[in-house]
Design a binder for this molecule. Structure first.
Ligand code: SAM
Length: 268
């Protein structure tokens, strides 16, 4: 890290916890199977612990950094294989700025926006050949969770349907400056050749999944009614799927949620 960057005071509002553990950087790059010529997207390069190593490995890096000072410092690297977009990654027009897929998305994500970044990734998943991302451990647990567990939720279903998710390594707070209050975890996501469950209408699937988990203590039937589905349609769809009215949403597999989506769409 250069002197000008070590002088940077981490900004909490941008979720700045900078990696300072070279062995974790090694594990992230190994999980990405980074090779010279790879095109990489990095969300929040910060002072560049990951970026510099990816550039040195010969990757073409497109980085999105909201912090003006850090973005400017990266620009001053004058690296031919680095493009920096200063601004909020959530507002960036990814298809326009990422015209040569597939990209590997590699990031130590700002934890305050990690779910929103995941939803954006889902919206543009065809841009990416692999993701290697650091999360706070609780979010990682949700992404890996199986049905009928405490951590199973919207993100588990939407992400696992299209990506094979694997844990790479747990990361202790001391690996960052400043240390976050929580443990972290690095996950690897590989796009599935076929989704776990075929989904014809992704917007309808997302709506259903959100409704299933909106009120976890209610039955699936009441959850769906609360989300505005028609009672008759819900009763028909549950019966057609041989789901008792008392079933709880969080026990459903991804395939059952996809079938229920189709059933409700057919009835509406
Ligand atoms: N990659 C660096 C590292 O590992 O040391 C920094 C990681 S730090 C956890 C998150 C980074 O994301 C910070 O540099 C922060 O400024 C940046 N960031 C936060 N919100 C952002 C947003 N909405 N768009 C782009 N970058 C953002």
């Amino acid at each position: 890290m250069s002197d000008e960057l070590t002088a940077h005071r981490p900004r909490k509002r941008f979720g700045q916890n900078f990696l300072r553990a070279p062995h974790v950087v090694d594990q992230i790059l190994a999980a990405a199977e980074l090779a010279s010529g790879d095109r990489v997207v990095e969300v929040g390069p910060g002072p560049g612990a990951l970026t510099d190593r990816m550039l040195a490995a010969g990757a073409e890096v497109v980085a999105f950094e909201v912090d003006r000072d850090l973005a400017a410092a990266l620009e001053r690297r004058n690296a031919g294989n680095l493009t920096v977009h200063q601004g909020d990654v959530l507002k960036a027009d990814w298809p326009a700025l990422l015209p040569a897929p597939p990209y590997k998305l590699i990031a130590n994500l700002p934890y305050n926006i990690s779910s929103q970044v995941l939803f954006k990734i889902l919206d543009h998943r065809l841009l990416f050949g692999r993701l290697v991302l650091m999360f706070q451990k609780e979010v990682g647990d949700r992404l890996l969770a199986a049905p009928n567990t405490r951590d199973y939720g919207i993100l588990s279903v939407l992400v696992q349907n299209w990506f094979d998710v694997a844990r790479v390594v747990k990361v202790a707070p001391g690996c960052f400056f400043p240390p976050p209050k929580v443990e972290s975890v690095v996950l690897r996501f590989d796009p599935r050749p076929q989704p776990l469950a075929p989904v014809t209408d992704e917007a309808a699937f997302r709506r259903l999944v959100k409704a299933v988990f909106a009120q976890r203590r209610k039955t699936l039937r009441n959850g769906l009614l609360g989300a505005g589905y028609e009672p008759d349609a819900v009763d028909h769809a549950l019966a057609a799927q041989q789901l008792p009215p008392t079933v709880r949403g969080e026990t459903l597999t991804i395939a059952q949620m996809a079938s229920l989506t189709d059933e409700l769409s057919n009835l509406n």
